[in-house]
Design a protein around this ligand. Structure first.
Ligand code: P1T
Length: 391
């Protein structure tokens, strides 16, 4: 089966009890057993639920793997993967990543005795230098949030010892555009809240692997900790994922047009989008991804005030956290999604107070371009008259 067919058919068998073509929402916490210890493979919904199971099979199939475990959020999926480690273990982390992931690592898991080194993973020599005997995990976002930096997964895999695991947060690229397991990663994580769900109406996560032993440990954690999605959330995510291919093609087409539009403007200082030939890793993006995705960031020329005014001054780009829905969103990472990273650290990593991030939706691209054109014009005077001031 090819990708779009798997999105619609994998894990989606007709209901064995009724023949319902669409997997039902099994809104049940428990299952009646015939005798003690005798049941149909379902005993308690924290452990297993048929709707969740269908979602897990669908998403695993999209990453070309056998095993998926669904979670109540992307952060819960991330925490379950980090749960593979023990006190004293060391993690090498790409330095540009979602602020909430940084917060989990720096403010929670570090207290449990895990150690983290943040590295610019576009530089393989820097990654090599960060590896220690205790290094057990590489945690990667590619493209990264919010600066759209890329990590060469296959090159990193060539550095990996057999006792080390490469986990890729594939939220931005989606399995439609990037298949990390085929490039040498062992685990893929998604915030399914984003493109996989696709409609900004459900929070969820998933951890996927082709390795049975890793799956057993993640499954154990899923049941032991219990951060599972309810059946209705699992069902919404599954429905969204069926149209992933269609949506991603539109997201990427619109994002490319907007990136080119912004890049051509003199009042835009920088554009970060892997589909632009000016992106420092454009060649890697062409090799590693089959499309460039729907996320981009940019810095309008002028002071931070102009970026702030633009963020709340658009018609179709709602000012909001999150991404990956059919509707366009804009956010100010320094004050919103990445506010949990200390200011100095943020600046060092290149997340300035002028940076804006777009989740380009699948509206008519001409409307989105008109909106940005009008927003940039309306805030243009600000770039002349307002002196730069810290946010
Ligand atoms: O929000 P949640 O489903 O728990 O997923 C966390 C997460 C994990 N990984 C990446 C790459 C993410 O972008 C996120 C969540 N990000 C946002 C809410 C955001 O606006 O960037």
């Amino acid at each position: 089966m090819r990708f779009s067919t798997r999105a619609i058919h994998a894990g989606q068998e007709a209901d064995p009890a009724t023949g319902a073509t669409i997997v039902p929402i099994y809104q049940t916490s428990t299952y009646t057993q015939t005798r003690v210890g005798e049941h149909k493979g379902f005993d308690y919904s924290r452990t297993v639920n048929p709707t969740r199971l269908a979602l897990e099979r669908q998403l695993a199939s999209l990453e070309g793997a056998r095993y998926g475990s669904a979670f109540a959020s992307g952060m819960a999926a991330t925490a379950a993967v980090l749960g593979l480690l023990s006190a004293g273990d060391h993690v090498v982390v790409s330095d540009d990543l979602y602020g909430g992931t940084y917060r989990l690592f720096a403010r929670v898991l570090q207290r449990y005795g895990l150690e983290f080194t943040y590295v610019d993973m576009t530089d393989l020599a820097a990654v090599r230098a960060a590896i220690r005997p205790a290094t057990k995990l590489f945690w990667i976002e590619t493209p990264s949030n919010p600066l759209l930096k890329l990590v060469d997964i296959a090159a990193l895999a060539s550095l990996r010892r057999t006792d080390q695991v490469i986990a890729v947060d594939n939220t931005f690229a989606t399995p439609y555009f990037q298949q990390p397991l085929s490039l040498g990663a062992q685990i893929v994580v998604h915030s399914t809240t984003k493109y996989i769900g696709g409609h900004s109406d459900v929070v969820g996560g998933v951890a996927i692997t082709a390795d049975a032993a890793l799956h057993d440990q993640i499954r154990f954690s899923q049941n032991a900790v219990g951060a599972v999605p309810g059946p209705h959330d699992a069902w919404l995510t599954m429905r969204g994922a069926k149209t992933l291919a269609l949506r991603m093609r539109e997201h990427a087409r619109n994002a490319q047009a907007i990136a080119e539009f912004l890049h051509a403007r003199e009042d835009v200082a920088r554009v970060y989008y892997p589909g632009l030939p000016s992106h420092p890793q454009h060649e890697l993006a062409r090799r590693q991804m089959s499309g460039f995705g729907g996320m981009l960031s940019f810095e309008p020329a002028g002071p931070a005030q102009r970026a702030l005014a633009l963020a709340s001054g658009l018609k179709y780009f709602s000012l909001a956290e999150s991404l990956g829905g059919v509707e366009s969103l804009i956010c100010h990472p320094a004050r919103m999604t990445h506010g949990s990273i200390p200011a100095g650290e943020r600046e060092r990593r290149g997340i300035s107070d002028r940076l804006l991030r777009l989740s380009v939706g699948i509206e008519d691209v001409e409307d989105l371009l008109d909106d940005l054109r009008a927003g940039l014009a309306a805030t243009a005077r600000q770039s002349d008259s307002v002196p730069p001031s810290p946010v």
